[in-house]
Write a protein of this length. Structure first.
Length: 344
C-alpha cells in the first residue's frame, strides 16, 4: 500500500503494479479528472484500478542535521519550529528519526545510524508522544556542535552519503524507521553542499535514489532541504566562509517533487510549513506500473469525485484526495519497450 493507503485492485493490461517510486519526476500541467474518453494511444493502452482505503496513511521521516560547529543557531531554529511541519500531518500516522551529516571515522559520526532521542531509549518519535516537540529540540540541538575545541565533528558535511547509509541499514540497524506500507520523507539541514563544495566525487542524488528503489521499491520518497538555496548570494554571504550553495540537496528535492527553504530565514516556521504541505501531498497519490506518455492520462472515480490531478513520472497526484471506499480508474498509454532506467 502506498500513497493515500491506496490498494491496487487490478491491472487490466499485462503489466503488474510493482513499484511505488520513480527516479524521474517532471512536473506536468494540472489536469481535470472525470475525463471519460480513452487516452490517445500512440503506444499500448493500459488501465489500472485502485481503491482508497480508510486507513491513516503512514509516513516515515528522517531528519539529517549538519552537526558541524557552525550550525548551532540553525539547529535550534529547526527544533523550535518543527511543529510547523508536523501540523500538516494530523491525519497521518507519522514517525520521525534523526541522524547527522558526519560520515567520518570520528567519534561524532553517525554514518547513517539513528540517534536515540534525549532522555529516552527511542530512535523514533510519533504524534502519540506527548512531549515529542521537546524531545526533538533537545536532540537536534547537538552538544557536539557547541563551542568544541579539538575533536570536533567533521566539517565535511555529507548528507546524501549519510542518507544512503541510513537506507542501506533499513532492514537491520534502522529497521524501526522503515515500516511496511509507509512512504518516506527526508529533511536535510546544512549550510554547505555535499562534501562541503560538491566536488565530482560527492554522492549524487540519483545514486541514493537508485539504492532506495532497490531496497524499498514500494515506497514513495520526497527529499526537502533547509539550505543555502542555489543563487541566493545574500544568504551565502551571510553564512560566511563556511557557506556553500546546497546544489546536491536542491537537485534531490527537484527530482522527488520536494521543496527547499532558506537556512538564512529568521524564522523557519513558514519554510517548514511548506515542507509539511508537500510531504503530505506525497500521500495524495497513486503510482502506476509504467510511466505514461504525455497527455495520455485520464482518471475517473466511482462514486463521482471532483479534483484536479497532475502527472509526475509514474505518480498521479490528486489536489483533493478521494474519500475512503472510492474506486479510482486510470487509463493511459505507454510506449512499448519504453522502460525508464535508473540513472547513476
Amino acid at each position: 500500500m502506498c500513497g493515500l493507503g491506496l490498494r491496487l485492485l487490478l491491472g487490466l493490461s499485462t503489466f503488474v503494479l510493482i513499484n511505488c517510486s520513480d527516479v524521474q519526476f517532471e512536473q506536468l500541467p494540472v489536469e481535470s479528472t472525470q475525463q471519460s474518453e480513452t487516452p490517445p494511444v500512440n503506444g499500448k493502452g493500459v488501465t489500472e484500478s485502485f481503491e482508497q482505503t480508510s486507513e491513516e496513511p503512514k509516513l516515515d521521516i528522517l531528519v539529517i542535521v549538519d552537526n558541524s560547529p557552525s550550525m548551532r543557531r540553525e539547529q535550534r531554529k529547526l527544533g523550535e519550529r518543527m511543529s510547523s511541519f508536523t501540523s500538516h500531518l494530523e491525519d497521518v500516522d507519522w514517525q520521525i528519526s534523526v541522524t547527522n551529516t558526519d560520515v567520518s571515522s570520528g567519534s561524532h559520526a553517525k554514518n547513517g545510524h539513528l540517534f536515540k532521542f534525549e532522555d529516552t531509549n527511542k530512535k523514533t518519535l510519533t504524534k502519540h508522544d506527548p512531549d515529542y516537540n521537546d524531545l526533538f529540540l533537545k536532540t537536534v540541538v547537538m552538544k557536539d556542535a557547541a563551542d568544541c575545541v579539538g575533536g570536533c565533528p567533521s566539517t565535511t558535511e555529507q548528507p546524501l552519503a549519510a542518507l544512503g547509509m541510513a537506507i542501506s541499514m533499513g532492514d537491520n540497524e534502522n529497521y524501526e524507521l522503515f515500516r511496511d506500507n509507509s512512504d518516506f520523507a527526508v529533511i536535510i539541514i546544512s549550510d554547505e553542499d555535499e562534501m562541503s563544495t560538491g566536488p565530482s566525487r560527492a554522492m549524487k542524488p540519483r545514486k541514493v535514489l537508485a539504492a532506495m528503489n532497490g531496497l524499498f521499491p514500494e515506497k514513495n520518497i520526497s527529499v526537502h532541504g533547509v539550505i543555502i538555496e542555489p543563487g541566493d548570494r545574500d544568504c551565502k554571504d551571510d553564512q560566511g566562509y563556511d557557506g556553500s550553495y546546497g546544489t546536491h540537496v536542491a537537485e534531490f528535492a527537484r527530482i522527488t517533487n520536494g521543496v527547499t527553504t532558506s537556512i538564512c530565514a529568521d524564522d523557519y516556521a513558514y519554510g517548514l510549513s511548506d515542507i509539511g504541505q508537500v510531504a503530505r501531498q506525497l500521500l495524495n497519490s497513486v503510482t502506476l506500473s509504467r510511466k505514461p506518455l504525455e497527455n495520455s492520462v485520464s482518471v475517473s472515480f466511482s462514486p463521482f469525485h471532483a479534483t484536479n490531478f497532475s502527472v509526475s513520472g509514474k505518480k498521479i497526484l490528486f489536489e483533493i484526495p478521494p474519500p475512503a471506499g472510492t474506486q479510482i480508474t486510470v487509463n493511459y498509454a505507454v510506449d512499448e519497450g519504453d522502460i525508464v532506467p535508473l540513472e547513476h
